[in-house]
Write a protein that binds this ligand. Sequence first.
Ligand code: KG4
Ligand code: ZN
Length: 347
Amino acid sequence: MNQPLVLGIETSCDETGVGIVRGQTLLVDAVASSVDEHARFGGVVPEVASRAHLEAMVPTVERACRQAGVRLQDLDAVAVTSGPGLAGALLVGVAAAKALAVGLGVPIYGVNHLAAHVAVDIVEHGPLPEPTMGLLVSGGHSNLLLVPDVTTDIRSLGSTIDDAAGEAFDKVARLLGLPFPGGPHIDRVAREGDRVAIDFPRGLTSGRDVRRHRFDYSFSGLKTAVARWVQAREAAGEAVPVADVAASFQEAVADVLTRKAVLACREHGVDDLLIGGGVAANSRLRALAQERCDAHGIRLRVPRPGLCTDNGAMVAALGAEMVLRGREASRLDLPADSSQPVEQIRA
Ligand code: KG4
Ligand code: ZN
């Protein structure tokens, strides 16, 4: 099989994603998001997400096939996110993928969501250098991953010990009266602000913390520091300089994320850094990452924003890579595993 045609399904959070990849070429990336249904709750509600996946699944598969000009019968394999993620949401995708695999008589690949975030850059910028360093930052995860082979070998160097980076953006946005999800709003508001106006703390970057948590992140102290700062201004009857707070908070997050990612590259002799996840859309994170990578001779890869957020293309991309490299398929009774460890790339 030269150029396997693989359909990928992603339902780990609030996006129903269906992507189709031929070999290393993306044919279509169809996404139906339930984010608007969660907005009034200020966060993703698992039950609402599961139901939305159920309703969106068949129409999204049909739309993907139509747009790609592909018939289901032409597929060589089906890939699906088996974890980590919301249990009920994952189940919808896994059940749909099993139905397709059985109906079409093709192999099924249950794949790790984090590995898929890395693999998607194959269809965007070509084959991954081996090893690649992956920095994944979204509402659900903040991970630093050493990736010698995205289909078989991923090592976790660090992750957040409390809030995910996107979660911190969302919580601080709420504090500043900005809508959910807050990341894009902070990004926008911060453009008018001064990023050195307030010196917010950089979690796990000094003293004993660095020795114990060299490549881990922590954002809950930062969030609390922002809350205290805002409260103090309000208590004093002063106006809150929203743009300055947003810019200074964003700077603290971007600083820590890029500082540790570059350090990880240098310590592990890795020349390529890939940033993925919804927060990779952040303009300051991208600019600072580019600046620091340039200073250290590291090549930076960031997929376009639509491929950084959760989508089906990333799952199809990893599935196709597994087929291309002759990796064994999953068993048909593969489980949805809400806490699938990152080292377990295939279920
Ligand atoms: O990857 P994603 O769509 O979903 C998961 O959480 O898995 O990421 C969503 C997160 C949200 O927390 C959102 O606020 C954040 O990504 N985000 C951003 C930006 N765009 C999205 N954070 C900072 N700056 C942005 N421009
Ligand atoms: Zn994700």
